[in-house]
Every structure is written in structure tokens, then in C-alpha cells.
Design a binder for this molecule. Structure first.
Ligand SMILES: Cc1ncc(COP(=O)(O)O)c(C=O)c1O
Length: 418
């Protein structure tokens, strides 16, 4: 029997919600439905399945029958139900990657000639989409450098409105790799004011990849859609690519329709892997956050390190701290630090690291470490990188689940090379 979400904690829902053994021959765990298409007992059932998918269910009508795996399939259904409940949303759409989720979302929400605003820094793939491909449709993007400051956000919104109708406010919070934070509720209030003034309220989309559903609930702060790269903490083992967007049933339905056109749904095998990984999300989050806190403290005191951008270190009394305390339930486990010196010193340290793996990405069981300027932000012009606080000594670390003593010993010996 599927659990009733009411009164259950997210940690519990992450384990079983969305899968009912009684509907799957009593299988304790989800079978994987490796089929591209589905068979109907009658023509009317086939017609109804298509009507429900394209027009939405009538009042009191349940989900329709499956059609074709690019549109929907049982494993997709299970993972979407579970992700929606974790996000506190009516529905969720899962995609073949985080970028597939973001591209589909922005293509669904924007019209030619629209403008958008976005928090800076933002993931380079998102940046490339907004300032690259979307410009082919006349979309103009305006960055917000301080997304906890109302006046700064308003200034970006005013520039955007002067350039075209404001369709989307795209927020990544906390940001990669500087931990810059955005005030989602304040941004939503500005979106509402724009709606009142212009008759079109911009849609607030939050990329929640860095904290995830257990540490931040963007919808509860006024976001319309919350997006996540499942590749990171939800997948949790650096062995899959997936993404998801949650929100109202109506908005998610329009994303599913476009996903069908683009063909970027999440396949059965990967849906199953995500479901399995979600079962340990709470435990992994707990352990990686505890490890990250200890490593951040170790780095902060280290003579070869000049700065650590760990959310837990936000200065008491600062606007960022106030937003963090209100909006986030934890500091997460990916952050950056700055080595004393530049690229040469950073490379010397990275080449000495033995236990942590030198790789981009984050959120896996293993600790990953990389030099931001020459890897994840390689394509970002130097001036823009520096403007948002990424210099040549910046190193990003995604802290994993290893024993903390081993991690600190590894970093300690590597820092001696600086
Ligand atoms: C914050 C953020 N959003 C989106 C993405 C894109 O996700 P994916 O690699 O699953 O396409 C990434 C990837 O690193 C990311 O860090």
C-alpha cells in the first residue's frame, strides 16, 4: 500500500513513497519496466489515455494508462511521485539530465523577445543556455550580483523590463562554487509586483541542486518551480545523469508535453536507480554535511588557506546569514576555498591529493575536488569569474562519506605542497 504522505517525515517518504508492491505482483522493490510501448484492452481506453495525457484528468479522474515510454512509464511515475512529495509539490517531471530539465523549463516558459533575470554566479550550463542558445529567440538575460539585496534585484528587473516582457526569474541558491545565497521570498515578492504592474507575472524558478530537498524547500518560499540535477546528491554515487522540476500540476503538465517533444524523459533503468538512491539520501546528507563542517573548520584554520566560502561561516548579523537561517536547514557539503597564491599553488595541492578524486561534479559518495577557474568555470571570461569571487586560487570540494580523519589527513598532506 502506498504511504499516506500526511504526517510522515521527508526521510521516511524518501524511502517508500510512490511505489505500491500490491500493484506490482507483490514485489518488495520496484520492477524495471523495459518496454517502449504499452498495450490497451480496448480502443476507448487508448483514447482516454491520450486525452488524460494531453488535456489533463477530469475532476476526480486518476492518472491515465501508460502510452509510450517517451511520454510516461511506470518507473518514471514512481520517481516523479517521490520527488514531488519531497518537494512539497503537486507534480514533478523527471528528465534525462539537469540540463534537459533546465532547457525544457526555460523553453516552455519563455517567448521570443522576452527578458529574464538570473542570480550570479550560476552554473555554466545554465549561463550558456540563457546567454547563448536563447538569444537566438531574442531572449535577453540580466544578471543579479547580490540576490539578497532588494535594490540590486529590482535594478536588474528594471533593466530586463526595459528590454522586453520579463518571463522568468532564474535563481540558483546557494550558487556554485561561491555559496552566494538568494532570498527566494523577496524575489517572489518582486515577481508579484511586476505581475501587478505589467499584467504578466514572471515565473520564479529555483535550482536547488546544491542543498537538495532535505535542506531547502524553494516552493515553500514562493518559487513556482524547483529544479534539481539528480545527477548530484539524489543520485548520490556519481553513476547516473538525471534532472527534475516540481511545481503545480498545470505547470508540470506543460513541461511534460514539451519533454515529449524534445524526447528528454528519464529512462526506466535510471528512474529505478534514482528511486534506490533516494532511500539513502537522508543518511548520506547527514554524513556528508558533518564531514563538510569538519573540513571547512580545518581549512579555515590552515595557514595555506586564505578564505573558505562555507555557508555555515556566513557572518552573524549579515543579510546573507538572515536569509540562510530562515531558508536553509543545513549548510550542505559542497563549498570552495582559496589557497594562498594562484593557479600554480592550487595545482600543486591538487596534484598531491590522494584520497579525494580530482573531478568535476558533486554529491557522490566519494569526495571530489577541482580547480574552479580551469574546469567548471573554464568557459566563463576571467573578468566575470573574478566579479563573482572565483579567482585562480579557488578550489571546489564536494565532501563525501569517507572517514573524516582520512579526509583531513589527505588534505593536510596535500596542502604541504603549496
Ligand atoms: C547547480 C547545477 N545545476 C544544474 C546542473 C546540470 O545538471 P546535469 O549535469 O545533471 O545536466 C549542474 C551540473 O553540474 C549544476 O551544478
Amino acid at each position: 500500500m502506498t504511504h499516506d504522505a500526511k504526517d510522515l517525515h521527508l526521510e521516511t517518504l524518501a524511502i517508500g513513497y510512490g511505489f505500491d508492491p500490491a500493484q506490482h505482483q507483490g514485489a518488495a522493490k520496484p520492477p524495471i519496466y523495459l518496454t517502449s510501448t504499452f498495450v490497451y484492452p480496448t480502443a476507448q481506453i487508448a483514447k482516454d489515455a491520450h486525452r488524460v495525457f494531453f488535456d489533463g484528468p477530469k475532476d476526480g479522474e486518476g492518472a491515465g494508462a501508460y502510452i509510450y515510454s517517451r511520454l510516461n512509464h511506470p518507473n518514471l511515475d514512481m520517481v516523479e511521485k517521490r520527488l514531488a512529495v519531497l518537494d512539497g509539490a503537486e507534480d514533478c517531471a523527471a528528465f534525462s539530465s539537469g540540463m534537459a530539465a533546465l532547457s525544457t523549463t526555460l523553453m516552455a516558459l519563455l517567448r521570443p523577445g522576452d527578458s529574464l533575470v538570473y542570480s550570479r554566479p550560476i552554473y555554466s550550463g545554465t549561463d550558456g543556455l540563457m546567454n547563448g542558445h536563447l538569444t537566438n529567440y531574442g531572449v535577453k538575460a540580466f544578471g543579479i550580483t547580490n540576490a539578497v539585496d532588494r535594490a540590486t534585484v529590482q535594478a536588474a528587473v528594471d533593466l530586463a523590463l526595459a528590454a522586453g516582457p520579463l518571463g522568468v526569474m532564474m535563481i540558483e541558491s546557494p550558487a556554485n562554487p561561491t555559496a552566494a545565497i538568494a532570498d527566494i521570498a523577496m524575489i517572489r515578492s518582486i515577481a508579484d509586483a511586476v505581475g501587478e504592474k505589467t499584467g504578466r507575472r514572471p515565473i520564479v524558478v529555483v535550482d536547488n541542486t546544491f542543498l537538495g530537498q532535505l535542506l531547502q524547500s524553494p516552493l515553500s518560499w514562493g518559487a513556482d518551480l524547483t529544479m534539481i540535477s539528480l545527477t548530484k546528491y539524489c543520485g548520490g554515487h556519481s553513476d547516473l545523469l538525471a534532472g527534475a522540476v516540481s511545481g503545480s500540476a498545470e505547470m508540470v503538465r506543460s513541461l511534460k508535453r514539451l519533454r515529449t517533444t524534445f524526447g528528454c524523459h528519464l529512462d526506466p533503468q535510471t528512474s529505478w536507480l534514482v528511486l534506490r538512491s533516494l532511500e539513502t539520501l537522508a543518511l548520506r546528507t547527514e554524513r556528508s554535511c558533518a564531514n563538510a563542517k569538519a573540513i571547512a573548520a580545518f581549512l579555515q584554520d590552515h595557514p595555506k588557506v586564505r578564505a573558505v566560502t562555507y555557508l555555515g561561516f556566513l557572518v552573524e548579523g549579515s543579510p546573507e546569514r538572515a536569509v540562510y537561517d530562515r531558508q536553509c536547514k543545513g549548510a550542505g557539503s559542497t563549498f570552495s576555498f582559496k589557497i594562498k597564491g594562484g593557479e600554480a599553488e592550487a595545482f600543486r595541492m591538487l596534484d598531491k591529493v590522494r584520497l579525494a578524486k580530482m573531478a568535476v561534479s558533486l554529491g557522490g559518495a566519494e569526495t571530489l575536488i577541482c580547480h574552479s577557474a580551469t574546469t567548471t568555470h573554464y568557459a566563463v571570461p576571467e573578468a566575470q569569474r573574478r566579479e563573482v569571487g572565483i579567482d585562480d586560487g579557488t578550489i571546489r570540494i564536494s565532501v563525501g562519506l569517507e572517514h573524516i580523519d582520512d579526509l583531513i589527513a589527505d588534505l593536510s598532506q596535500a596542502l604541504e605542497a603549496v
